[in-house]
Design a protein around this ligand. Structure first.
Ligand SMILES: [Zn+2]
Length: 459
């Protein structure tokens, strides 16, 4: 689903920076995957809409814990198993594809074509990078098709195959451009500085990451969805949100809040924070606005505001910069060892050879896979902070704000098909948000105001 701020930052950077390029079409495009974003929010007339939408009675019900009726429970349980299997097999499959790429010596073949065309590195990369990315992404197609087929099957996606295919092509287009830039920089520094390239490449990756995060909402996201200023789309909701922003003592200009046309592709609810500097913004999906009540939407946007105010994207970037330095250094040590061992058999002349790219990617992908529980843990921490922020900012503004937040989570869980009883393993491997069950419990029990105290983030 749409990305999470932190997870997103880490993913955009580590993944987009080197891997996603290859391992899976654009982690950058708006693709739904997991435990939805925070609670989405809603707008003006949603009370009416809600009455017209399915299961209106659930909406008004007093929530004491996240529960589902038996049939829905079974559905989420099955989906949970599919998700877990997918999250384990997809990256392993990606590693296997890279391994096959090496065994079949596709790298040397593409490199020979590239070198046959020109002696200039930049022109060679112009041939090599697209071939490389497209080959790997074509190998990934069965997984992508399965994922979309499942999402449609469960009613989470309503996007037709033609539109999906077009999105896939756009994703490839973005990937190829990113790959060209990154691979050109990578091999230029490897050739200039054979022993310290990992450091120079890391240094170059930092402004590149900032740039990517900056342009994401301006250039990449609009390729997949349409956006409009929330104030124009839903003035009443915007007013309710402005009261909350004021209550928080913040200034988030209304032009930093956007409405996204998600409903043409998905049924899921979501909202998110994206961008950096002047492109930083809060985005609310129209599905959220349609299905939630105004107070629920305010709770959801309060969560997004938490990410915004607590600077989760810049913090994620800081974490990335430390983690990636270590990973690039280890990658440098390991690729030397791996090429000394198998380089000859794979037809790779050395690290400076373009054909070494799959080897490097194999190593970095393995690190990303190993680090997933850690990045998930960090993401869950930031998400929990955002939940807490939302509870604090809506306290005293929304009557019975804890209950309203719990209701928004309940609805989010029902619509996005969140399993109520995830195992510890599933949470460790695949949850970038706390399980809904825990979020509901927290919303209902968090009460720093009980004895005259105050919130941690909002005084
Ligand atoms: Zn969040």
């Amino acid at each position: 689903m749409e990305p999470e701020p932190v997870k997103r930052t880490i993913a955009i950077v580590v993944a987009a920076l080197l891997l996603a390029l290859a391992l899976g079409p654009s982690s950058t495009c708006a693709r739904q995957s997991r435990a939805g974003e925070p609670p989405p929010s809603k707008a003006p007339d949603r009370n009416n809409l809600r009455a017209a939408s399915p299961a209106p009675e659930q909406a008004e019900r007093l929530v004491t814990a996240y529960t589902l009726p038996p049939t829905l429970y079974e559905k989420t349980q099955h989906l949970e198993r599919v998700r877990l299997a997918y999250f384990i097999t997809a990256p392993l499959y990606g590693l296997m594809v890279l391994w096959l790429f090496l065994r079949w010596k596709l790298g040397p073949k593409y490199r020979d074509w590239a070198e046959g065309g020109s002696a200039k590195l930049l022109l060679q990369v112009l041939v090599f990078a697209p071939l490389f990315v497209l080959t790997l992404d074509i190998f990934e197609v069965p997984f992508d098709v399965f994922e979309h087929w499942e999402l449609r099957n469960y009613g989470l996606s309503v996007e037709g195959w033609a539109s999906w295919t077009l999105d896939w092509l756009k994703g490839e287009f973005v990937d190829v451009i990113l790959a060209f830039i990154i691979v050109a920089i990578l091999y230029a520094v490897i050739r200039k500085s054979p022993r310290l390239w990992w450091f120079w490449f890391w240094l170059a990756s930092l402004p590149l990451a900032v740039l990517l995060i900056f342009v994401q909402p301006l250039v990449i996201d609009p390729l997949f969805h349409s956006f409009e200023p929330l104030g124009r789309k839903d003035p009443a909701l915007t007013q309710a949100l402005e009261r909350m922003v004021e209550r928080a003592g913040q200034s988030i200009p209304p032009e930093r809040m956007y409405w996204m046309n998600a409903s043409e592709k998905v049924n899921e609810l979501n909202a998110y924070v994206t961008g950096i500097g002047s492109s930083k913004r809060i985005v609310v999906w129209d599905t959220t606005i349609t299905k939630m009540t105004t107070p629920e939407i305010v709770a959801v946007v309060g969560h997004e505001m938490g990410h915004y105010v607590l600077n989760h994207i810049p913090k994620g970037l800081g974490i990335y910069s430390v983690g990636s330095l270590i990973v690039f250094y280890l990658g440098y040590r390991l690729i030397g060892w791996l090429l000394a061992w198998r380089g000859g058999a794979w037809g790779i002349r050395g690290t400076e050879d373009l054909a070494s790219l799959p080897t490097l990617l194999l190593i970095l992908s393995a690190f990303v896979l190993i680090l997933t529980p850690v990045t998930n843990l960090l993401s869950r921490h930031f998400e929990h902070q955002a939940d807490q922020y939302s509870l604090e900012v809506t306290h005293g503004l929304t009557p019975d704000s804890g209950q309203v937040a719990a209701q928004s989570f309940q609805l989010l869980g029902e619509v996005d098909l969140e399993y109520p009883d995830p195992s510890r393993l599933a949470v460790l491997l695949t949850y970038d948000h706390p399980p809904i069950r825990d979020r509901v419990r927290f919303a209902l029990t968090y009460n720093p105001w009980a004895h005259g105290g105050h919130g941690e983030f909002v005084q």
